[in-house]
Each structure stands twice: as structure tokens, then as C-alpha cells.
Design a protein around this ligand. Sequence first.
Ligand code: ADP
Ligand code: MG
Length: 685
Amino acid sequence: MEQNTPIIELKGVGEKTQKLFQKLGIETVGDLLASCPRDYEIFREPVRINRLTPGEICSVCAAVAGIPNEKKVRKLSILNVNVSDGTGTLQLTFFNMSFLKKALKQGAFYVFRGTVQSRGNQFVMEQPRYFSPEEYKRQTDSLIPKYSLTKGLTNQAFRKAVRQALGQYRFPEEYYPEKLLADCGLISVSQALEAIHFPADTQSLTQARKRLVFDEFFSFLYLLRQNRSFSEGLPNQYRMFETADTVRFLEQLPFPLTRAQKKVWQEIRDDLSSPRCMNRLVQGDVGSGKTILALLALLMTAANGFQGALMAPTEVLAAQHYETVCGYVEKFGLSFRPVLLVGSMTAREKREVCEKISSGEANLIIGTHALIQSKVTYHSLALVVTDEQHRFGVHQREALAEKGKSPHILVMSATPIPRTLAIILYGDLHISVVDELPADRLPIKNCVVNTSYRPRAYKFIAGQAKEGRQAYVVCPQVEEGELEELENVVDYAEKLKGALPADIQVAYLHGKMRPADKNRIMEEFAAHTIDVLVSTTVIEVGINVPNATVMMVENAERFGLAQLHQLRGRVGRGEHQSYCIFVSAQEKPETMERLEVLNHSNDGFYIASEDLKLRGPGDLFGIRQSGAFSFRMGDIYTDASVLAQASAALDKLLTSDPGLNCPEHGKLRRHLEETAANQVDFRTI
Ligand code: ADP
Ligand code: MG
């Protein structure tokens, strides 16, 4: 079996299973093996019932004591059964598993595994998994991979398919030169692929992961180096001069620019009028006022008779920018002729907009990345601004360059990254930093609490709503099969409705909703017909509703600090005092220490560097900064040292053989070219 063998050729994978895998984007054996576990489960020795800790996932070896008791609530069967191990009793609850009435033999021992909760003075476990003691023993202390699943596909089926694929797979030949492997302490690619799925122990998992993360960073950085050589030499084909438009706009704004904004605006103006094409990243903490800078650059472009595009990662954000711009045009008579281009528009609307773009009637195009890059013919595209995106990939740059001459590029990022990392990750861009917040901001008040604080938090939210403010409640994304561990957005919104006074409008938002629905909810929240918005991290990016003053984050322990800081940035954007409540379902000292960093600082750069310090290589699959740099596996914080190593190794290699033309680098060059074609999707990096 090879990379491209369709998975249906695996034994046990029929058409039905194939469809399920396809839902996860897995078509070939190569895809399957590239789908690394999202976590590992270690079956530890069972714990005595009198030693259980509520909130943790534990295994208990206990005998069935008494007859299972079944209740029916509408279509749901609820089966309660007590088990005991001599040190105490534990109540198990199973849903829709009536067959267990017979299957669980009274007096027999089983191992039950699940999350322990305490109810009154009793420990309970809902929907535990169960094993015979022998079966459990066989698996004790081994690392069992947990995959991202979809409804209908079990972890076991996934594992079996992977196991089989590994057995018959013709592994790719090693592509790194031996010297590089040795210098960087890397295991071979085939060893790594095997061990990432079925690690013998934690050490081999660590090695496997390091190798795969190194690979990911290495090809990313290779692309970056190419990007740099591609864009460094580009001449400025749209030399601009400053006009009265931007000066007037600044005079009309209700606030003066901060010193930092002024400095960056000067850098952008210099770029636009210099002999070289602009390739600049603007980094600034949330709320530092980057949008105005983007608008100023776009206005200068329009005033010089060119077109500019503003690309946002989500429709919600694109729509919001469009509203802002239209508001400014109306209020200040700016010379923008803006259009919005997003996926949820009808074919006809899109056609009309595209006509305006190609005729030059529109001079500011606001939309989502995918649309702005595809199919659109521009009249005179001179500047592309990407908001809340961390990188502008070679592919994008080339795609736009094909449309005519290479436009100026301005990338806005709100993820503060420590300087050491920024130099590596943004090596191909000039960096501007907006290192100051507008002076009129009240610092956000923070607190880190456990789940017992919820009723008080709800009361607080209700109080704020009464005063006319709004609130966000963020829950982590839910993975199939993980429901019981996490707060799910839809259920949560229901619960919250019950807990808040009836006149408070609660709505929810999550990534799986249709874009049009998401936009509608966001618009309603912005218009204040919704008071409390329960959401996954889809609201993390760029949303600006200055009237929102409370950000409550559930399961805060599941998020990286930088991400939590982003979330917090959704409040404190207006004149009102804002509050952030981080709810942690775990009270481990490490977790609390991490969250305390947020409690004490509102400075994104400081938080990012603390995150870097606090998270070591031991932090294998715990927290990912989803939303920031979405490498498949690597995490720029946890794996900062691997990133630095990959960067140094690549530089060394390219110094000795810039084009990788030596015969001993042939395999590597081919590998990098192949991976470049389907390199990480830059839109979400
Ligand atoms: P971000 O940098 O996170 O993208 P925004 O550009 O959305 O921040 O700005 C956040 C809010 O601050 C907006 O409501 C904006 O109008 C306001 N703002 C921007 N610059 C200033 C300033 N110099 N003084 C006061 N408010 C400002
Ligand atoms: Mg922004």
C-alpha cells in the first residue's frame, strides 16, 4: 500500500466506513496515517472508590452490587446500578443501554472507566466504559490513541484501520540527509509514523512527535524562504503619494491616533511610496486599533485611483468591516466605493459585485480570503490587507500576482508573539508593532474561578444586562464523543436561558452553523437584540461590539493563554468597565498558575512569553493554540525549540546548497516540493 491507495482497499473498510472517513477528509491510506491522534489515553491501575477525585477520569475495579434499576423518560432509558469494591460504593448511570441489565452479572467484577462526579454524598459515573478485569489489565499503562471522529465512526474502527494500514504500508524513503537527522536528534519518518499511532511508551511518543513537528516546521519554513526571495525583489508598481483624503479622515475621527498608531501609519505610507513593493506585518495587541491603520492604507490606495482589498478570515468579520466602512463613508464622505464579497451571497449578487470589481467601479473589496482570491478579475488591485491572519502564503501571493501586477501586502495580526519566535515565523515580512492601547481604556477586571462560581457569574451577567450591557460566554469546541466532558454550546445556551431572567435574550453561535446564520446572529448581537451570546471560539477573531462588557470562558483550562487573551480582547473595547471570568473545571496547581498569568496581566506580549515559559515539552497534546498558528501538530509555543532547530537546520542546508541541487538533497527537494503543494492552509495559520 502506498500514499495514494484508497482506504477502501483496507480490510474492514467498506463503502459505509469509507464515507465516514471521507467526512473527515480521509481518502487515502496516506491521509489516514497523517491523521494523528488528538490525544492518548493511558489506562492506569484502577483506583479505590474511597480515593476517587471528582472531575477526573478514573478506572474503578468493582463488583456489581444489586439489581440494575431502569427508568424510562420518554424515549430515553436510564439504567442505574451500584458497584462496590469494599472501600465504598459508586453509582453508575447508563443511557439507552438496557442490554446491560442482563450483561452485567451481579457479584462479578468489572473495570469501569469514566468521569467521576459527586452528587450529594455519593460518587457517580455517567456512561462509563466497562471491561473485564483481564481485558483491562492487558491495556494497563499503554498509550491508546484517540482520534478525531465523526458520528458513526468509532475510535476502535479508526484504530483498526490505522493498524492495518501501518502493517502494509510502503513507507516513504527517508528524505533528510543523515547528518541532519543526527545533528537534530531525529528518528526516521517511518519510525515516527508508527510510533505516533501506537507508541510503546511516552518517550517514543515524544520522539515521534518531535520528528513530525520538525517536518511540519521545516517545510513551512522552506516555503517562507521562497516567499522571501520571491517578494524581496518586487518593484513597487503602484507608487502612491499622500493626498488630502487621509489627512481629512484623521481630522474627522472622534479620537486622535495613538503614538504607536502614528508611527506605524508612517511606516505604511513610506512603504507605499517607496520603490519596493510593500510586504508588511502589523502586530498589535487586541484593541490596539489596527483596523484604522488598514483603512488608512486602503484610503490612500483609493485616493491614488487604485483598488484595495480587505480580506477577513470569516464572513462575520468581513461583514463587520463592511458595515464599519459604510458607516465612515456616510459620516465622513470618504472616497471609498466599497463592495462586500462573501460565500453566502447568491450567485447573482456575486456576479454583480464581480462586475463592479472588474470595471473598477468598486475601489474597496471586502470579503473572505477564498472569494477574494478566486475567480475575481480586478481592475487595478494595488493593495491587499489581510486582517487577523498571521501569514500571507506564497500561494496567495502568486495567485494575486497572476491577476496582474503584484500588489502591496499588509498583514494584520493580533496574536502577540515573542520576538524570538516572530523573527523565525515572520522572516519574510517587515514587522511593525502597535505597542500601545488607546488611552481612554479602562483595564479589564479579571477573575479565575471554579465551576461552583457559576451561579454568581450568571447573576453578574444578569446585572450587567440590566444596565444595558452585553456578554459573551465561550465554551470549547466539542469533539464527537467528548460531549460529556465539555460544555456544549447548544445545551449550555438552554441551561443559561433557564438561569437568567426571562427578558434576557440568549443566543448561540458555533462553527458548524451556516455562514448566513452566523452572520445573522452576529448582526443581532451587534444591534443589541441579543444580550448574551454563547459561542465557541468562532468569536475569537476580530469581533468588535464595544457594548459587550463580560467575557465568561468555560473550561478555560482547555485553552492556551494567548487564545484566552484573544477572547478577552472581545471586551474592554468601549467606555464601560469590562470583566473577564475564566472558569476552570480543574484545580490542578499548574492550571491555576497558568490562568493566574491572565489574572495579573492584560499585556498580550507578556502573556505570550509567559505561555512560552510555562509550557514545556511535557505538555504533549494538552492545549493547542487553535486559532493562532494552525499547524497540524506543531505548536509554536510548546515546540518553540523544535521550531528554532528546524530554522537553523534549514539555513545551514540552504547556505551550502541554496537550490538543493546536490544529488544527496534530491529526495528532500522533491519532498518539499510535494508538501509545498498542499502546505498548511495559510488562511488559518
Ligand atoms: P484591533 O487592533 O483589535 O483590530 P480595532 O481596530 O477593532 O482593534 O479597534 C478597537 C476599537 O478601538 C474600535 O472601536 C476603534 O474605533 C477604537 N480605536 C481605534 N484607535 C483608537 C484611538 N486612537 N483612540 C481611541 N479609540 C480607538
Ligand atoms: Mg481587528
